[in-house]
Structure formats: C-alpha cells, structure tokens
Design a protein around this ligand. Structure first.
Ligand code: SME
Length: 170
C-alpha cells in the first residue's frame, strides 16, 4: 500500500520541472486504463485508485458528483468522507459553484473547510466537466502543508479532462 508520507517512486530524484511531464504520463496511463469501459462508476473508481497510488503525499483522492444542488461523494481512496456537500460550501462546494479549481495551501486557514480526515493539511479541488456540463469535482487531500502548486493544478486539470471524457455518461 502506498505510504502517503513517502514520495512515490516516479518522483524520486526527479526535479520539480519534470512535474508537467509526469502528469502527462499519468494522463496517458489514465486514458489507457479507462478506454474501452463505459461504466462511469467503474472508471471513476479506477481513476481514484490510479491517482492515489501515483501521486506522492496524498491521504485522500476521489470524486464528488453533482446531484441536483449538492455534491455527493463518489469513488475514492482514503478514509470515509462526508457524503453530501452543498454547492458553495467547503473547498469542494466552492470549486463546483465557481466551476474552477481551488487550491488551499493550509486548510485551517480556509473559511468553511470541511474536515473529513483530521490528517489533511492542504487540498486541491478541480472541476470535472463533460463538455460544458459540470459533473462534479476531483478532490485531492494531503497531510503536508502546501503540498500542491500551480503545476499540480495544471496537471490535475489535465487528468480531469481525461476522466471527464470517460465518465460523461454519469
Ligand atoms: N475538505 C473538503 C471535503 C471533502 S474531504 O476533504 C474528502 C471540503 O472542504 O470541501
């Protein structure tokens, strides 16, 4: 099992400037993993597992899907999470309401942060679209302060594009 306190093998010894290339590789791997399967839950589950095990220093990785006017937890890796998040609430609800990524270097400094795992220190949430339609969000939590940077945001937005293409039938 991946130890979130240790860097994943694919980052070891690699300079930060390689991050974009590493997300490109992960995006290609996800595309291959999800291709040929049309079941949205199956693809979201495999995507959450692939991301959780590929990216270092995560304690939660998964999805919240838009159901009417709230987000409902979907497939994920990590500790059990709060099930329903109203639009506009918490980091996930803010990202969904604004239809843009929200990066939080210190969750304790984010007003309204919803604590599901007390180990979480930083968070990155990116919206998930099928075309123009908002499907929900991809949520990554880390036990490390300021774990995510602009390269992670751009990389995760790329991953979300790939995933959105494969779970559009949700
Ligand atoms: N922290 C999130 C809630 C979801 S958990 O992190 C899995 C938020 O504030 O929206």
């Amino acid at each position: 099992m991946h130890d979130p306190a240790r860097p994943a093998p694919w980052t070891q010894g690699r300079p930060e400037r390689d991050k974009a290339a590493l997300y490109d590789d992960l995006a290609r791997e996800l595309d291959a993993l999800l291709s040929g399967e049309t079941d949205a839950i199956a693809n979201a589950a495999n995507a959450a597992a692939a991301i959780y095990h590929a990216l270092p220093q995560l304690n939660w990785a998964g999805f919240y899907f838009l159901r009417d006017d709230e987000l409902v937890v979907g497939p994920f890796q990590g500790l059990p999470a709060c099930v329903r998040i109203p639009l506009g609430k918490g980091v996930c609800g803010s990202a969904a309401a604004q239809r843009r990524s929200v990066m939080v270097p210190d969750v304790e400094a984010f007003p309204g942060h919803i604590a599901c795992d007390s180990a979480s220190r930083s968070e990155l949430v990116v919206p998930l679209f099928a075309g123009e339609t908002l499907l929900g969000v991809l949520d990554l939590d880390s036990p490390v302060l300021a774990r995510f940077d602009k390269a992670d945001q751009a990389g995760c937005e790329l991953l979300a594009q790939v995933i959105g293409r494969h779970i559009g039938a949700l």
